[in-house]
Write a protein that binds this ligand. Structure first.
Ligand code: C2E
Ligand code: MG
Ligand code: MG
Ligand code: MG
Length: 284
């Protein structure tokens, strides 16, 4: 309980804060050992063409199955990993793993999307990490799309931009993730030739609830992306009604539970086998 002594603002006991700090310390300790304990894995979520509904890509999404804490969501441990710079080795592992999976087991027309945190761009030779992942796996650079959020422009924008431009020179593409949620400034769109703008789920939800603002914003982002030569992906589409609305607004691609949840890598193979069988039936 906070106690004002002599008008001071010193807080003596704050049990909930203390518990959080202790929990965070334990989590950090476990996170340090997570890679070597083999506790990290990737799930993959399909991204489909809005018109044909064909899968064009899978986004790699990290999962942590901790021996100490059970399943920990990325929403919880990614910020911690970013604070402690553990995101650098973790991010390198994600890049290696995702490129290898796509190169070894997926059709060559399917891309892989990999999320990258600002710390990875700022504190390491990021493009060297990408070069290594590509050469170790043999993945065609054109099949790799790097996802970043607007937060990369908050600190040392030119370092981040250079790193991403080096990747683009290799043939990789870069998507702007969670667009509209952060510190959105349209100026960012001038600074880097993104291939795709990912419209955040909150707008999709808003549009589904007939929010005129959300609908207007999605339409405007689609129009803007079009004139900039960028595509759009709507995130978090959960049902056919939302898919239909997103299609009518002209988004290029759709991602969301309606077309597939994030799934373990073995399930991805099943998706391809099923799709191939459907194709054979159609053409028979
Ligand atoms: P994100 O990159 O925007 O990924 C999309 C998130 O939305 C994923 O959450 C996904 O499971 C969820 N999602 C997809 N479709 C739907 C839907 O229809 N409805 C709802 N309610 N949710 C949907 P997830 O896997 O929990 O990841 C959360 C965030 O953690 C990601 O957001 C990304 O920012 C970060 N993240 C995940 N993997 C990595 C990684 O390998 N590296 C880095 N740096 N960040 C990662
Ligand atoms: Mg993403
Ligand atoms: Mg996103
Ligand atoms: Mg999002």
């Amino acid at each position: 309980r906070a106690k004002g002594e002599g008008g001071g603002m010193h807080r003596e006991y704050e049990p909930s804060l203390h518990a959080n700090a202790e929990e965070k310390r334990q989590l950090e300790h476990s996170l340090r050992n997570a890679l070597e304990r083999d506790e990290m894995l990737l799930h993959y979520q399909p991204v489909v063409d809005a018109t044909t509904e064909e899968i064009v890509s899978f986004e790699a999404l990290i999962r942590w199955d901790s021996a100490d804490h059970g399943f920990v969501s990325p929403g919880k441990f990614i910020p911690l990993a970013e604070d402690t710079r553990l995101i650098v080795p973790i991010g390198t592992w994600v890049m290696q793993e995702a490129c290898r999976e796509a190169a070894d087991n997926w059709p060559t027309n399917i891309k892989v999307n990999v999320n990258v945190s600002p710390e990875q761009l700022l504190e390491t030779d990021f493009s060297a990490t990408v070069v290594r992942a590509l050469s170790d796996s043999g993945l065609d650079p054109k099949r790799l799309e790097i996802e970043v959020t607007e937060s990369i422009f908050l600190r040392d924008a030119s370092v981040a931009r250079n790193a991403l431009e080096e990747c683009m020179a290799l043939g990789c593409s870069v998507a702007l993730d969670d667009f509209g949620t952060g510190y959105s400034s349209l100026g960012y769109l001038r600074k880097l030739k993104f291939s795709t703008i990912k419209v955040d789920r909150t707008f999709v939800q808003g549009a589904a609830q007939q929010s005129p603002e959300s609908i207007a914003i999605i339409r405007a982002v689609v129009a803007m992306a079009d004139s900039l030569g960028m595509t759009t992906t709507a995130e978090g589409v959960e049902n056919e009604e939302e898919a239909e609305m997103i299609r009518s607004m002209g988004c290029t691609k759709i991602q969301g539970f309606h077309f597939g949840r994030p799934m373990p890598r073995d399930d991805v193979a099943g998706v391809f086998t099923r799709r191939a069988a459907e194709q054979r039936l159609k053409s028979a």
